[in-house]
Design a protein around this ligand. Structure first.
Ligand code: SF4
Ligand code: SF4
Length: 197
């Protein structure tokens, strides 16, 4: 019998707690937004897909194409593409592909990025029935009107050209020396043959 009353009291207590929450929410101002005419202001720590950050000083990203984000991504969803441009220090980013279909929003890439070139976006509004729509080039997203040309340093360009010229000259000299040595060897061989006869 005592078990019955304790069960009943627990039920009444749980009902009272539930009604307290309901009454509190009933008196709170609603936060309904008229989507899509109104947008939600996301919390600062919200994690949307990652994005390249714009550097206000240079007007572009600060990615150095080191590939640490790509290497550290457990889902293999990042592909960093870069190239060497004459007169520009380091490599130049040509594409930053993110396959958001497999991203777990773990944050490894953001943590691995030493120049803090990437961070989570506030994007919450992605919807599509096609998988391809979730594969983005973050570089293009950052510069939808075209990626600016990298700034060429004339002094570095000159130094690189001199290095290339010096390497070409050294290669030509080596080739010439090898050809000369081969000719001399051939000459020696001919003389020996004549002596025998
Ligand atoms: S958040 Fe994690 S899974 Fe997503 S791209 Fe970065 S490292 Fe990969
Ligand atoms: S985003 Fe950061 S970690 Fe990734 S390649 Fe660029 S600089 Fe390196």
């Amino acid at each position: 019998m005592s078990g019955y009353f304790s069960y009943l009291l627990n039920g009444i207590k749980s009902l009272a707690i539930g009604l307290k929450i309901t009454n509190k929410e009933f008196l709170t101002r609603p936060i309904t937004l008229q989507y899509p005419h109104e947008s939600v202001k996301m919390a600062p720590r919200y994690r949307g897909h990652i994005e390249l950050l714009m550097d206000s000083e240079t007007g572009t990203h600060t990615c150095i194409s080191c590939g640490m984000c790509q290497k550290g991504c457990p889902s293999n969803c990042i592909t960093v593409k870069s190239k060497k441009v004459p007169g520009v220090k380091g490599k130049v980013l040509t594409a930053y592909i993110l396959d958001f279909t497999t991203c777990s929003l773990c944050g490894q890439c953001v943590e691995n990025c030493k120049p803090a070139a990437i961070d989570f976006s506030n994007e919450y509004n992605l919807a599509s029935t096609r998988k391809e729509d979730f594969v983005f080039d973050l570089l293009q997203k950052l510069h939808p009107e075209g990626v600016p040309e990298p700034k060429v340093d004339p002094a570095l360009l000159k130094k690189e050209q001199e290095k290339i010229e010096a390497a070409a000259k050294a290669a030509a000299e080596k080739k010439e020396a090898a050809a000369k040595a081969a000719t001399e060897k051939e000459g020696e061989g001919g003389e020996k043959a004549e002596g025998k006869s």
